[in-house]
Design a protein around this ligand. Structure first.
Ligand code: MN
Length: 419
């Protein structure tokens, strides 16, 4: 499939992140106006809530866009998702007549002039650990190369239940957390600001359709509305002390940042790619009936306060060992119900090479090998650093972009218990 041409000229540029093929879903506001649902097209955001209210967009069961989040559309299911895209591709397509264009122009705002908000209400947040290279690297550092991959790792996507309350939208500042840490050579733990604050480059799957009881991998795939970039901020010193035996807890609870646009699965369809070869056969209920990963080029930028950004890692979502449908299916095996708005983090996506590692922990190998950035070096995040994730799929003459997933780390506050 090639570029679908739009009368919005900026949407037709090969490097534009938001061509008519994409149509990602966000929530925006202008000036003092209340946040509302919008779709990105070229250099603009189209106020689809306004379009629906004006009768220019008709969705079964509507109105579905009269709320400042996409959950109602997500819950309406794949036929409504497809109808939304089809209607938008008609009215924004190059064959739309002048009257339709004028109506649309009334509901368009320059992206540069709007504020972006959380695109959906996060029901619950689960974080997986589905990157083979990341799991091996971290396991090597925490437990040694012999025990790097836990014995269950090649048989199921490992995850933990995170906190929906911690999920914030791109652009939100992140405060360096305090926590309990204990170095291996210390007898007792201390309570102090994290000194090993980190990112995790992940892809987030957004569950549209709810489920009750176990679902197959194919059914799970049909439940997914779309994907976001996700930075699972991680305090490694807190994590190393707290994580056994129940997994990460406060190390991951400070914040998780998502990109402001949900890229619908339909936009990613041309970029489908298989999971890597299985090192051990999976049980039948976790096997994929067809390729369910996507070829999404990913990068991480780090910019110190007032300094230039350095790209510190480049990798690809195709490095994941388990796809989101496999994670989601596994999540339901116990009978666990899933809800509209559930968010699944993929786990850190690291490639096989040193410059493709999706966390500073891996890039600096636990702080032992600081890496260079413009004008300095880093082992972990320093105060006032801005970390930015980007992702895009390269089509023939067009690009599917996610927009930036960015956050600046602010210094820890004074001891929160010193009163
Ligand atoms: Mn994570």
């Amino acid at each position: 499939m090639g570029l679908i041409r739009s009368w919005v000229e900026s949407a037709n540029a090969a490097e534009c992140l938001f061509p008519l093929n994409n149509l990602p879903c966000g929530v925006f506001s202008t000036g003092e106006s209340a946040p509302r649902c919008g779709v990105a097209i070229g250099d603009f955001v189209l106020d689809v809530a306004g379009l629906e209210a004006a009768g220019l967009l008709e969705l079964d069961g509507g109105p579905l866009l009269d709320v400042p989040f996409w959950n109602e559309v997500m819950a309406a299911g794949p036929s409504v998702w497809a109808a939304l895209r089809a209607q938008l591709q008609l009215i924004l397509g190059e064959d739309a007549d002048e009257h339709v264009r004028d109506e649309c122009r009334f509901f368009m705002y320059e992206l540069a002039d709007v504020a972006l908000h959380m695109p959906f209400r996060v029901s619950e947040y689960t974080d997986f650990y589905a990157g083979r290279n990341h799991a091996f690297n971290v396991g090597t550092m925490f437990r040694g190369p012999e025990n790097a991959l836990p014995p269950n790792w090649l048989h199921m996507p490992i995850g933990y239940n995170g906190r929906a309350s911690s999920v914030v939208v791109s652009g939100s500042d992140v405060r360096r957390p305090w926590g309990q840490v204990k170095a291996p050579d210390q007898a007792l733990p201390v309570f102090q600001p994290s000194r090993r604050f980190d990112i995790e480059l992940e892809l987030g799957a957004v569950v549209g359709m709810a489920s009750e009881g176990p679902v197959t991998v194919a059914e799970a795939e049909a439940m997914i509305f779309g994907y976001v970039l996700l930075n699972d901020w991680s305090a490694r010193d807190i994590q190393a002390w707290e994580y056994q035996p129940l997994g990460p807890f406060q190390a991951k609870a400070t914040a998780t940042t998502i990109s402001p646009w949900i890229v619908m699965t339909a936009a990613l369809e041309p970029f489908r790619t298989p999971t890597p070869a299985r090192e051990l056969p999976l049980l039948p209920h976790l096997q994929e009936p067809r390729p369910m990963l996507y070829d999404i080029a990913l990068e991480v930028g780090l910019a110190p306060e007032g300094g230039p950004e350095t790209i510190i890692a480049r990798t690809n979502a195709a490095e994941l060992y388990y796809s989101a449908p496999q994670q989601l299916a596994h999540h339901t095996t116990s009978g666990c119900a899933m809800n509209t708005g559930d968010l699944l983090g993929s786990g850190t996506i690291s490639g096989p090479t040193k410059d493709s590692r999706g966390s500073l922990l891996e890039l600096s190998w636990g702080g032992k090998e600081p890496f260079a950035i413009a004008g300095g070096s880093r082992s972990f995040i320093e105060d006032h650093d801005t970390l930015t994730l980007r992702g895009q799929c390269q089509g023939a003459g067009y690009t599917i972009g996610f927009g930036e997933c960015t956050g600046k780390v602010l210094p820890a506050l004074a001891d929160p218990y010193a009163r």
